[in-house]
Design a protein around this ligand. Structure first.
Ligand code: SAM
Length: 347
């Protein structure tokens, strides 16, 4: 099994273990019995799926079916049994088939040493940066990719990118040429590619902070000469107030809270509220507990996330600042696989 090579900044360890460590575990005997049943159910499902792969017809449909079945098994048997089933699935011969999909393989192999890197998200965005990697895939891998990339999670992630662009452009329309934006865990900042405010020079600065020097390098070269200011920084640095970066009209974090425990998420949210100008908005996104691809992601992709419910999002938002100083909302994206919270600091 591919394991992360290092632990980022010690605050938000993006490892499958860091997520599963937070799960409760039931009694040993009960768990062993359940695990046997779960293994048997997986065996039936994967036999049917591999027969469909071998027949070679309607492969994306077969992958869709498998992803749905893994979600159901995960739900049915509970977190502790599912955690034990994951290595069994990963060791199954079907992993060699599914990891021919370039998106699945990248996630499993973790070339940057941690889960959910910006290169992985580029597959979801269909970005030219990963075109060569896609082109190297087998025919079977491409057929599988056709579904994995259009599964509900990736559809929601593409919508998330577009929502971020819209928030930046709307903020610029409201605040004018003084607009200051901060993206935390910016990745490759792909949402900036479609921003008209950036293209038309209507921003004062768009600070893009990430802990991965490769991502910061990518932002530096792509957005050189624009108002984008990449910063090699971390959640830990923000919590320690190490980065003296001023205040902002809009701060957002997408693809980050999914790895943060409540304690770190709440602290980070409080710090972000301090960095907001009066009237400014903080947005954070998280995969929701209604997401459909979790079983496939956690097993064949070795990509674990902390999913959050509406109540979980409210708990973080409610702890962000004194009640009468903010206006808070929690809302779902279109297919409910991603949930958002926006907190506006009252002027
Ligand atoms: C899933 S990607 C999301 C990228 C981008 N926001 C997007 O929506 O496409 C997660 C990003 O979070 C960054 N990240 C993870 N933990 C971090 C931390 N503790 N401090 C700063 N960045 C972090 C990673 O380097 C990675 O670029």
């Amino acid at each position: 099994m591919a394991q992360p090579l290092f632990s980022l900044d010690g605050q938000s360890l993006i490892t499958p273990q860091s997520v599963s460590n937070n799960l409760p575990s039931p009694s040993q005997d009960h768990e062993t019995g359940l695990l046997r049943t779960a293994e048997a159910e997986f065996a039936i499902v994967i036999n049917l799926a591999t027969q469909r792969f071998a027949a070679g017809n309607h492969l994306p449909d077969a992958v869709r079916w498998l992803i749905g079945q893994l979600h159901d098994i995960r739900q049915k048997f509970g977190a502790a049994v599912w955690q034990k089933l994951i290595p069994i699935i990963q060791a199954h011969s079907s992993a060699k088939i599914l990891q021919q999909c370039p998106f699945t393989r990248w996630s499993f192999e973790k070339p940057r040493g941690y889960s959910g890197d910006a290169g992985l998200i580029d597959f979801i965005y269909g970005h030219p940066a990963v075109a060569e990697e896609v082109a190297r895939s087998t025919r079977l891998g491409l057929d599988i990719f056709e579904y994995t990339i259009n599964a509900p999670g990736p559809v929601a992630v593409r919508e998330r990118r577009d929502i971020l662009t819209r928030y930046v452009d709307d903020t610029a329309a409201r605040t004018g040429s003084d607009t200051e934006v901060l993206a935390i865990a910016a990745g490759h900042l792909r949402e900036a590619e479609a921003s008209t405010a950036l293209a038309e020079g209507r921003l004062k600065r768009w600070v893009a902070l990430d802990q991965d020097p490769q991502s910061i390098g990518s932002i530096s070269s792509q957005f050189h000469g624009t108002r984008v200011e990449p910063i090699d920084g971390s959640v830990r640095g923000l919590l320690a107030r190490k980065h003296q970066i001023g205040t902002f009209h809009l701060i957002y974090a997408a693809g980050l809270y999914d790895y943060l425990t409540d304690k770190v998420a709440i602290r980070l949210t409080q710090i972000c509220m301090e960095m907001l100008k009066p009237g400014g908005i903080f947005l954070f996104a998280n995969f929701s507990d209604e997401m459909a691809d979790d079983g496939y992601m956690e097993s064949y992709m070795n990509w674990e996330l902390l999913q959050r419910s509406e109540a979980d999002m409210w708990r973080i938002a409610n702890a962000s600042a004194a009640e009468n100083t903010v206006d808070k909302r929690v809302w779902f994206g279109t297919n409910r696989n991603i949930i958002y919270s926006t907190i506006r600091k009252l002027p």
